[in-house]
Design a protein around this ligand. Structure first.
Ligand code: AHR
Length: 516
């Protein structure tokens, strides 16, 4: 009997889909070698970045409930969400889209809220938005949660003038008319926004352009985006869908065709990589789970291949590679979408495993990436938080990010794991002074692992661990059972300088290891 939406929301799980209990599995041993002295690169905190789009109930009803709401709020921002997001840490937040960005006109979202125009959200259900959440609200939210803002500009239906004006409005410290307007709207100091996207998915919803057409438009826009005040903007060009090497080759060939254009190269280049699910989020089977989780190996290959191709145009790696949107995208349940908004999906243990597999990939490839933004932060796709009226649940995605956040700003070090294919043990490790953080993910539902971690050229003195685990890949934190799956302390022993850990099926663990 498949799980229904009502079952899931009530916290039930379907017997037919529920894998074996933890106690039923036999652990097989996997030997891992961590090389504390072989550095991969610093794990930029922005590799743990996020994305908020005007889509479904991500912004309206999710992050933003409005100042007059009965839901506890801080100047209109859902209080619980602010507290939870501050606690997990949001290094960077991209807004307002997504596809929405190329149909967004920033002037609609400034000035007295009552006078802001009402617009149809073209891409996500054609409902009407009142623009009560605009530039000032987004930047206030970023301040509240400690996130660096990333504004995605409109290329598809906008103009270079519109985007340069948005930049001047946000960043000009002096007395231009736009800066005065910002001050009159309550922000005397410039916002100093550094990250600017020049379009989104311009091969699709951002204008249906060819790579050459987009390169020409990119150059035209970038000509006017040199910056205001002390902020040198970090311009991010639209990269490929998944590992589309042809888009990258043609975009950069076009960009580097003349000396004039090579001066216009972007600072960042953003690919999107989604992991499609062939079932509704809480109704996965073993096959659909394994197929989706296998996609993270392809994502790692895509990062290597896109970076290698970029290197042929940019051997000094002045252009940073981003994954602007990533995460699990399951089959939508129309009832869920009706109730909670477009692209709302329950988040399960499978989602936590997927999140941690993704973060482990980014840590291992830390030398090749500058930013990765999960899609999306609240109520959309691979969300950290799910809300229903006043209720706000920290999902298993949230807890996976929480378990792996210790890696931020540390130096990733080389890890050797057995080559067991895309569903084998996934490990990443990072070092700070005399301490190693080691994160392990067991994506299998039917096999436990005894992991022995040897430290090349070093000895472990002590280790502690925390784990997120549930044997049911369809189980999650629901409105009825918000804390069903939370991180817990887990044994990690040290034997002859090695760390030994038991990893149950479907688990995410971080061990903190003191070197002797
Ligand atoms: O994240 C949802 C959508 O996925 C975004 O709007 C778009 O950029 C991508 O296709």
């Amino acid at each position: 009997m498949p799980l229904t939406r009502r079952d899931w929301l009530a916290g039930a799980t379907a017997a037919v889909l529920t894998p074996r209990k933890s106690s039923a599995w036999q652990a097989t041993t996997r030997r891992v070698t961590v090389h504390p002295a072989i550095e991969v690169g610093v794990i930029q905190p922005a590799l743990h970045g996020h994305f908020a789009e005007h889509l479904g109930s991500c912004v309206y009803g999710g992050l933003w409930v409005g100042r007059d709401s009965a839901i506890p709020n801080i100047d209109g921002f859902r209080k619980q969400a602010v507290e939870d997001l501050r606690a997990v840490g949001i290094p960077v937040l991209r807004w307002p889209g997504g596809c929405f960005a190329d149909d967004y006109h920033w002037r609609d979202g400034i000035g007295p809220a009552a006078r802001r125009p009402k617009r149809v959200n073209l891409w996500w259900g054609k409902y009407v938005e009142d623009n009560s959440f605009g530039t000032h609200e987004f930047l206030a939210l970023c301040r509240l949660i400690g996130a660096e803002p990333y504004l995605a500009g409109n290329v598809g239906s906008g103009t270079p003038a519109e985007l340069r004006d948005w930049m001047e409005y946000c960043n000009h410290p002096g007395e231009s008319t736009l800066a005065e307007e910002r001050k009159a709207n309550g922000a005397p100091e410039p916002f100093n926004v550094r990250f600017w996207g020049v379009g989104n998915e311009n091969w699709g919803c951002g204008g249906s352009l060819t790579a050459e057409e987009y390169a020409a438009l990119y150059r035209r826009f970038a000509t006017y985006l040199g910056g205001f005040g002390s902020v040198k903007p970090y311009l991010i060009a639209c990269g490929p869908n998944s590992n589309d090497l042809d888009w990258t080759r043609r975009f950069f060939a076009s960009m580097t065709a003349t000396r004039l254009t090579s001066r216009m190269l972007p600072q960042g280049y953003a690919m999107h990589f989604y992991s499609a699910g062939k079932a509704p989020a809480a109704q996965h089977t073993v096959e659909t789970t394994q197929e989706q989780l296998s996609s993270f190996a392809r994502m790692e290959d895509a990062i290597r291949q896109q970076r290698a191709l970029l290197d042929t145009y940019d051997p000094e790696r002045k252009i940073g590679l981003l994954i602007d949107e990533w995460g699990v995208w399951d089959r939508m349940d129309p009832e869920d979408e009706k109730r909670y908004g477009r692209l709302w999906q329950p988040i399960t243990m499978r989602g936590a495993v997927a999140a941690a597999l993704g973060l482990n990939v980014f840590h291992r490839q830390a030398d090749k990436l500058v930013m990765c933004n999960l899609a999306q932060i609240v109520n959309v796709l691979h969300a950290l938080l799910l809300t229903d009226q006043a209720r706000c649940v920290r999902t298993t995605t949230y807890h996976a990010f929480d378990l792996l956040k210790v890696h931020r700003s540390r130096t990733a070090v080389r890890v050797e794991t057995p080559q067991d294919g895309p569903l084998g043990l996934s490990v990443s490790a990072s070092r700070q002074d005399n301490e190693l953080a080691v994160s392990c993910v067991n994506p299998r539902h039917d096999a436990g692992l005894r992991v022995e971690v040897t430290l090349a050229g070093a000895q472990a003195a002590s280790a502690t661990a925390r784990i997120l685990h549930d044997p049911d890949f369809n189980a999650g934190n629901t409105f009825a059972q918000p804390d069903r799956i939370v991180p817990r302390a887990h044994p990690a022993s040290v034997q002859a300088g090695r760390v030994e850990i038991e990893l149950p099926p479907l688990s995410v663990l971080t061990a903190m290891v003191r070197l002797s």
